[in-house]
Design a protein around this ligand. Structure first.
Ligand code: ATP
Ligand code: MG
Length: 562
């Protein structure tokens, strides 16, 4: 028997149900594993798709198989090459390479031939009813549907009509081709489902060649079969479609691909349907598909997520057979965990108060050696300028502190990160009583570069040298929606009513000079503030940084249990 490699799961987790199915197939000699990821190019991919991508490509990799990228492009009206290109970019960025790039539209000829074959077998007919009439005569779960008056056309007549449908003789909606199954079938999807509709619409790949387009249920299984897909994985809502998937394959006697369903990924505080995401874009409620508040892959990338963290997230979420909703916090936990390992530390102050060190010589500058990444010694150190005037964050000073406040307050001492100990001697205010400046003294013996001097102070705060600081635009994001499940809409409202009005806050931050000219996409931990990523909106004059995620880590306990 073949030894099965579990490189990604040794000692970590048990098999998920899809792995169990595959391993059972392998034991029975069906050793070939061929999956596919089948997006419809009608929008950008989101984190839910990432789950499906990791699953399909991951299973293929684990079992030495292949995974195709198939564009399910059977609906010309909503599809576009812009989406095709973005999907390819996102899949590659996530770290996967497809075995073949296919398009359902490449199979239009074959699908059409098979439709003729079903007509010849008496298993399909042309119906002159409108789609509305067809819907109304489908019956209900308890009431059988009514047969169409056109159901018993002769094979010859059906062949002739379908040929003329294809040739463009009829207007949109004038006729459809239906599978002839059973109008009383307990599964409503098998009550003579529509296979083809007339649509005089230009397709982004086939142009004007076709004016009839196959429906999802007819095209999908057949496309799987053409590509000899062994395990066709889709989301749970398709389980009722499975008998229809099988029906076409059996009637046509083609390669028996099998469909398996898993629970789609849902996340709190966001919407994930492409239709809704498109609305947000079109109505200008976000700046685009890659607005860093969106759940799309390109937005997460722009915000500073790593592909590693998204793959780790998909893995942690696991593969469920029942629908569930995952806390957005888990995604944030995963990116924090990865960035903590890889992101270099820098100092930045987002809400400055000026500190003047009165006993430090005017005009003097020295450099302080700072550790780039305590998690990774190889990242080395850097020199950060230090001078008489600094900025610290307003949060790090309190005039009337409560007990156990270890940051700066009148008369108290703190250590400047990697630098000296300072003591606050005087608080300067303006006419309105606002604090404008703190006068401090420093202990020149307290040494720079850590606590080697042996003096212990409880608080350590970050700082930047004011004359050396580089101002930058900092974008602080919060959840896009303020409701945990914006898809659950109350009466008279739409999902948009739950948009969080404070999901974006822009401030001017003061950065240490080493951040002045990093590349777009560069990722850093701003000490004590969070992880930040340089945005593509940066210009030569002003850098723009996105806050990927704060440092606070409400998931720590949960992760430790896992
Ligand atoms: P939407 O409803 O957002 O338009 P979709 O399912 O129509 O999504 P497709 O482009 O058809 O989008 O999806 C491609 C693949 O990704 C399908 O196999 C689909 O099942 C899977 N997928 C889509 N959304 C999710 C999700 N939230 N979780 C897991 N898989 C998903
Ligand atoms: Mg779909």
């Amino acid at each position: 028997m073949n030894e099965i490699l579990h490189e990604s799961s040794v000692g970590e987790r048990s098999l998920n149900f899809l792995e169990e199915i595959i391993e059972s197939d392998i034991r029975q000699g069906r050793t070939r594993v061929h999956t596919r990821f089948p997006p419809e190019p009608n929008g950008y991919l989101h984190i839910g798709h990432a789950k499906s991508i990791c699953l399909n490509f991951g299973l293929a990799k684990k079992y030495n198989g292949l995974c195709n990228l198939r564009f399910d492009d059977t609906n010309p009206v909503r599809e576009d090459v812009e989406y095709v290109d973005s999907i390819k970019e996102d899949v590659r960025w996530l770290g996967f390479e497809w075995a073949g790039e296919y398009y359902a539209s490449d199979y239009f000829e074959q699908l059409c031939e098979w439709a003729f074959e079903l007509i010849r077998k008496g298993k399909a007919y042309v119906d002159d009813q409108t789609q509305e009439e067809i819907r109304q005569t489908r019956g209900t779960v308890t009431v059988p549907g009514q047969e169409s008056p056109w159901r018993n056309r002769t094979v010859e007549e059906n062949l002739d009509l379908f040929t003329r449908m294809r040739a463009g003789e009829f207007m949109d909606g004038a006729k459809v081709l239906r599978a002839k199954i059973n109008m009383a079938h307990p599964n409503m999807l098998l009550r003579d489902p529509i296979m083809y509709r007339i649509l005089h619409s230009k397709h982004h790949r086939t142009g004007d060649k076709w004016c009839i387009y196959p429906m999802y249920d007819y095209a999908h299984g057949e496309s799987d079969s053409i590509e000899r897909i062994t395990h066709s994985i889709c989301t749970l809502e398709f389980d009722v479609h499975r008998s229809l998937y099988d029906w076409f394959i059996i009637e046509l006697g083609i390669f028996p691909s099998r469909q398996y369903e898993f629970a789609r990924l849902n996340l709190t505080y966001t919407v994930m349907s492409k239709r809704k995401l498109l609305q947000l874009v079109q109505d200008g409620l976000v700046v685009g598909w890659d607005d860093p508040r969106m759940p799309t892959i390109c937005a997460l990338r722009r915000r500073g997520y790593t592909s590693e963290s998204i793959r780790a997230f998909a893995d942690r979420v696991g593969v469920a057979k029942r629908d569930n909703v995952i806390d957005l916090g888990l995604l944030e936990f995963c990116v924090r965990e990865d960035l903590n390992r890889i992101a270099e530390r820098r100092m930045a102050v987002l809400d400055p108060i000026k500190v003047v060190i009165t006993n430090y010589p005017e005009g003097k500058t020295e450099t302080i050696s700072c550790v780039n990444n305590p998690e990774n010694e190889a990242a080395g150190r850097r020199e950060v300028p230090f001078s008489r005037e600094l900025y610290i964050d307003r949060d790090d000073f309190m005039e009337n502190p409560p007990k156990k406040y270890f940051r700066l307050s009148p008369g108290s001492e703190v250590r400047l990160r990697y630098g000296y100990i300072i003591k606050c001697e005087n608080v300067l205010k303006d006419a309105k009583g606002e604090i404008v400046e703190l006068h401090c003294t420093y202990d020149s013996e307290s040494g720079s570069g850590g606590s080697s001097d042996g003096r212990k102070v409880k608080g350590i705060i970050h700082w930047v040298s004011a004359p050396h600081a580089v101002p930058a635009e900092i974008r602080l994001f919060d959840r896009l929606f303020s409701k945990e499940s914006p898809d659950d809409v109350e009466e008279g409202k739409t999902f948009r009513d739950y948009l969080n009005p404070d999901s974006l806050k822009v401030v001017t931050g003061y950065l240490e000079p080493a951040l002045a000219d990093v590349a777009v996409g560069g990722k850093f931990q701003f000490e004590r503030l969070g992880y930040f990523c340089k945005d593509k909106d940066s210009t030569a004059a002003v850098a723009v940084f996105n806050r990927t995620v704060t440092l606070k880590d409400s998931w720590a306990k949960i992760a430790m249990k896992a």
